[in-house]
Design a protein around this ligand. Structure first.
Ligand code: IVH
Length: 671
């Protein structure tokens, strides 16, 4: 644990230095160090991150190429939304989809087009008078980014069409990087000491979203087009004919597309490619099945953002085999000892896996996973890789069964395993690993939301002995904050302001922030509603808790046990003395922006950042310091920062200042 703190500190330090030098070089055009010195910093960071991937953050300088963008891409409104696809994972689900569609079409017969689902990124190419005028990303489906200049560097995208074409139309397709292209690119980057791309899709996405098209031009990007977005004038009556027509116009259309009659044939097509997809030059993640007659597509329409007339039949999750080198233990916030697999690095579906979850002791035993085993690992979408199980036939006899350590790896206290539970726990509430985790949980966005008090500062505060429990945060002085290395006056003040503001959080958040075992956000809300105050909750008897329909005995016991502990009651008193409010569950449900989180980047014209955030809160909304999947909108001002990139990656809708003002105005009128 100690060692990890040190590593994390060094990583933070390197990032701060690199960001500073990046800014000097790219933004101010006035570097302070040589390229070689800069490269050395980058290399050290990349090396540490490769060794400790748990510390990689999306905003690390290794995760982007170049400095803060000084200019952003323009926005393109899609006249016809770019939809996504519903998934099916089995033949049964595919049949169910087909049956549903047939029912809706009431006996009208139709055939099906099967295409490989390319793993790249969707683009829309607009042609006017036979010339490529706009190339855009999918964005949030309604609005994407104007990447015309970059797409023009993709050799397989025709810039002019020689055949007669409708006056204006839009072609859609998937831009991708071949497996070979990806490997070559990564090799060049490795030779140059640059951070590597995780997989071909990320590499393709990163390449087309380069602010400098000359960089894009050097990447071997390719495209397969798979349909029309819209067109003026007469168009083919079936999807199959559309693909054919696009081919004659000079677009690259996959040679593997197939026109089929029956779902059984779709299943055969799918199975054919499950077995052969490894041999393809590019990555695919499934088969897209589309209803062929365009008129019937129209009749079926969409549900939300997904068409009823098409479905993605996903390939099984990618698996690989490697050796289990060791089993490590992470100490969780509630003291749970979480085992994880340390693996011989293995490339699975384009991603290098070094660590994987092992759930708990029982799971390890049930699967009979032993240290030294050759194991099957699985990566499914964005989920953390998992160890499926051992390949027993590869055993040499030297493998060791896993024994849960009897002492906490962080503090050495004897661990306990409550009856009926699958997890072992470190019972020492003063265990440094636990305190650190509880502290970062307490200040986190969905808990007390103390902006600016990131993990790095939590760690520094703990190391200085300034914070021993979450309540200590409320007793920090400016002098104490300033005693931390690299802490500036402005940041210290911001943190103090954020700490003060957090005293007003609704009760449900305080309950969640306490980190009571088995009490997540939803449960915290139920408890807050039911009891109305922390005092009442703390006094609740076991039977009172059990009587709540949504609360099972496990949760009831955990809540009851939490409030029976002296140390926890002392913590609550300490919070109360500091002025943290426990009452007044804010009933802001009726406010117009309730449930919406706004994040800001760049400078706004009409408001300061604080004013804008206060406005959102006043209207019942929330504000965040970083873009996550929960973010409703990113408001983009002048000179936006890396949050913009993140929002684009996550497809978070962007708002210009004028639009933000309009929303606020409308919300005010409503509220
Ligand atoms: S059709 C309404 N065809 O998959 C139909 N999409 O999950 C939507 N994709 O955003 C697109 N290969 O990026 C279609 N042959 C293919 C595709 C394909 C890959 C991607 C595309 C889209 C996503 C939808």
């Amino acid at each position: 644990m100690e060692e990890l703190y040190v590593v994390r500190d060094r990583i933070e330090q390197l990032r701060a230095q690199i960001n500073y030098h990046n800014y000097r070089y790219y933004v101010l055009d006035s570097p302070e160090i040589s390229d070689a010195e800069y490269d050395e910093l980058m290399r050290e960071l990349a090396r540490l991150e490769a060794q400790y991937p748990q510390f990689i953050t999306p905003d690390s300088p290794t995760q982007r190429v170049g400095a803060q963008p000084v200019e952003a891409f323009g926005v393109v409104q899609h006249p016809v939304p770019m939809l996504s696809l519903a998934n099916v994972f089995s033949y049964e689900e595919l049949q169910a989809w087909h049956k549903r569609v047939s029912g809706l079409l009431r006996g009208q017969s139709f055939d099906l087009v099967c295409e490989l689902k390319m793993d790249g990124l969707a683009v829309a190419l607009t042609y006017e008078g036979g010339r490529l005028t706009t190339g855009a990303t999918r964005g949030d489906g309604m609005r994407g980014e104007d990447i015309t200049q970059n797409l023009k560097t993709v050799r397989s995208i025709p810039l002019t069409l020689s055949q007669p074409t409708p006056p204006r139309f839009e072609v859609r397709g998937e831009v991708y990087l071949s497996k070979k292209g990806f490997e070559k690119l990564n090799k060049e980057r490795a030779d140059a000491g640059l951070p590597l791309f995780a997989n071909p899709r990320n590499a393709a996405a990163g390449s087309v979203r380069q602010l400098d098209p000359r960089i894009t031009a050097r990447r071997p990007l390719d495209i397969y087009v798979y349909g029309l977005g819209w067109a003026e004038g007469e168009m083919p009556l079936t999807h199959w004919e559309t693909l054919d027509w696009l081919k004659t116009l000079g677009f690259k259309v996959s040679p593997h597309n197939a026109l089929l009659g029956h779902v059984k044939e779709v299943e055969d097509y799918y199975r054919h490619w499950v077995e052969r997809r490894e041999g393809l030059e590019y990555e695919t993640d499934g088969v897209v099945v589309k209803i062929n007659p365009i008129a019937l597509q129209g009749q079926l329409g969409n549900v939300g953002r997904e068409p009823r007339w098409a479905v993605a039949y996903k390939f099984p999750a990618t698996q690989g085999t490697t050796r289990l080198l060791d089993i490590g233990i992470n100490v969780g916030r509630t003291g749970s000892l979480n085992p994880y697999a340390i693996l011989e690095p293995v490339l699975v579906g384009g991603v290098t896996i070094k660590l994987a979850t092992l759930h708990n002791e029982d799971d390890i035993r049930r699967k009979d996973i032993r240290v030294g085993d050759t194991v099957i690992v699985q990566r499914a979408g964005e989920v953390i890789p998992q160890v499926i199980g051992p390949i027993v036939t590869k055993r040499t006899g030297a493998e060791r069964p896993f024994v849960m350590s009897e002492r906490c790896p962080a503090c050495g206290t004897s661990v306990v395993r409550p009856e009926g539970e699958v997890m072992s726990y470190c019972p020492n509430s003063a265990c440094p690993a636990q305190v650190f985790r509880s502290l970062t949980h307490f200040v986190s966005r969905s808990a007390m939301d103390i902006e600016g008090l990131g993990e790095q500062w939590c760690l520094a505060l703990m190391e200085k002995g300034l914070v021993k429990d979450p309540a200590d945060v409320y007793y920090l002085t400016k002098e104490q904050l300033l005693s931390l290395e690299r802490m500036g006056d402005k940041l210290a003040q911001n943190i103090l302001d954020a700490i003060a503001a957090s005293k007003e959080r609704p009760l449900s958040r305080v309950i969640f922030a306490l980190g009571i075992r088995h009490v997540g956000e939803e449960m915290a809300e139920i408890l807050a509603k039911k009891f109305g105050s922390l005092e009442r909750l703390a006094q609740a008897s076991l039977s009172e808790l059990m009587a709540i329909p949504t609360i099972g005995p496990k949760i009831a016991e955990s809540v009851h046990a939490y409030f029976s502990q002296e140390a926890n009651l002392r913590l609550i008193q300490k919070l109360e003395r500091a002025g943290v409010k426990f009452k007044g569950q804010v009933t802001s449900k009726a406010l117009p922006l309730t449930g919406m989180e706004f994040v800001f980047t760049g400078k706004l014209d009409a408001y300061s950042r604080n004013q804008a955030e206060a406005l959102v809160k006043e209207l019942g909304g929330e504000t965040g310091s970083s873009v996550t999947r929960k973010t409703a909108y990113l408001v983009v001002g002048a000179d936006p920062g890396s949050k913009l990139d993140r929002a684009r990656t996550l497809n978070i809708p962007l708002l210009a200042e004028a639009e933000f003002q309009r929303i606020v105005k409308e919300a005010k009128a409503k509220g």
